[in-house]
Ligand binder design. Structure first.
Ligand code: FE2
Length: 379
């Protein structure tokens, strides 16, 4: 079967994000930069070095620092008001997935003044022009949003809508693990597990291909090796850098190969209980892997087992137990009931999960009853 791999973003594995940002902004007008970030990043002082470097280089950037978790259209509109009447040529996103996705939407809107983003959410064919260049500096090692061509923004009622379009690829992603040192252990674990599930699901997707597999397997190996160290000691720069690039590799892998059943279930589960996305996918992993095990062919299993550093005699049926052990080692819950899931909510969540497109690419076909059974098994 034919396969393709398209990834136009310049990926910089950086020793110092501020220095590389200035190189990327060479010859840009001092008033042409729009920085988008959130309050957590401001309070953690992460954006400070970037602002100082920009100021020292003569830039006078416009700044929007109020991106919430799970941004919606009104948040995008509010950010656009900051630059009304100003000529912006470059967007800089400093933050996690929410900031990155907001910046992608803003880049599109600035690239085509005629666009209405709410209409784009229903008809991505309306995207006819290029986005303004967006430079992303991720501050968590998880979502992979800095390397994907999807933006997830809620509509005006808060309903999450993903827009998938090549125009949404960032111009540049600057990966600097130093910026992740202040991330507390709990968030290091949930974001890191999100990245791990991305690369496992990408590898187990029906749409996986040999090029994307290189990124998926490399990411799995690196996360298994370095997530425990980053969790134990947030100042371990080697671990932070390894996790930062691994999360980007995982993002590249799932952007090409798609996600699967864990993410299909996580959407409605996290929406119902207002859970952190990484926590939801992490706790869904064991029961979903128990379900997937029988469909993993030997050649795929051998590669996955090796990347997970499991012993030679391990079987796909051991994946669930491995996932539970991994969650325990990161002080995370292992049962969905610990996240608040109750049996009466299972049918509704399962019904929403089967409507997610990615479920069709899961290595084992799953229907409504399968989804209910997985949620019941994971309770
Ligand atoms: Fe995810």
């Amino acid at each position: 079967m034919s396969s393709s791999f398209f990834f136009p973003t310049k990926l910089i594995v950086s020793e110092d994000a501020a220095t590389d940002l200035l190189i990327e902004l060479k010859d840009v007008s001092p008033d042409g930069v729009f920085v988008i970030t959130d309050q957590g990043i401001m309070q953690a002082g992460i954006a400070e070095a970037m602002f100082q470097a920009l100021k020292d280089a003569g830039f006078n950037p416009a700044v929007y620092s109020n991106v919430p978790g799970n941004p919606n259209i009104p948040d995008v509109k509010q950010a656009m008001e900051v630059i009304s009447g100003r000529t912006i040529t470059h967007v800089v996103a400093i933050g996690g997935g929410s900031v990155m996705d907001t910046a992608k939407a803003i880049g599109l809107l600035l690239g085509d003044k005629e666009l209405d983003y709410e209409e784009v959410q229903w008809r991505r064919q309306l995207i006819k022009k290029s986005s303004l260049p967006v430079i992303g500096i991720p501050t968590t090692a998880g979502t992979g949003s800095e390397v994907t061509h999807v933006a997830v923004i809620g509509d005006s009622k808060g309903f999450k809508m993903g827009v998938l379009h090549p125009a949404l690829f960032l111009k540049t992603a600057i990966i600097d693990g130093k910026l992740m040192r202040s991330l507390p252990p709990g968030l290091t674990a949930t974001t890191g597990m999100d990245a791990l599930v991305h690369c496992i699901e990408a590898f187990l997707s029906k749409k996986s291909n040999s090029t994307a597999d290189i990124f998926a397997l490399g990411a799995i190996r690196a996360i298994v090796q370095w997530l425990p160290a980053a969790f134990q000691d947030g100042n371990n720069l080697e671990a932070r850098n390894a996790m930062a690039i691994a999360a980007a590799w995982a993002g590249i892998a799932f952007d090409q190969s798609s996600l699967g059943l864990v993410h299909a279930l996580a959407g409605p589960l996290c929406g119902t209980y207002h859970l952190h996305h990484g926590l939801g996918v992490a706790v869904l992993l064991p029961a979903t892997m128990d379900f997937n095990a029988s469909a993993i062919p030997t050649n795929r299993w051998n590669l996955l087992r090796e990347a997970l550093m499991l012993p030679a005699d391990a079987k796909p049926q051991d994946l669930g137990a491995w996932a539970r052990k991994t969650l325990k080692s990161l002080n995370m819950p292992t049962r969905l009931s610990e996240l608040g899931l109750t049996p009466e909510k299972i049918p509704t969540i399962a019904e929403s999960a089967i409507k997610m497109a990615m479920i069709g690419l899961n290595i084992r076909s799953a229907g409504l009853e399968d989804c209910k059974q997985i949620l019941e098994a994971g309770l």
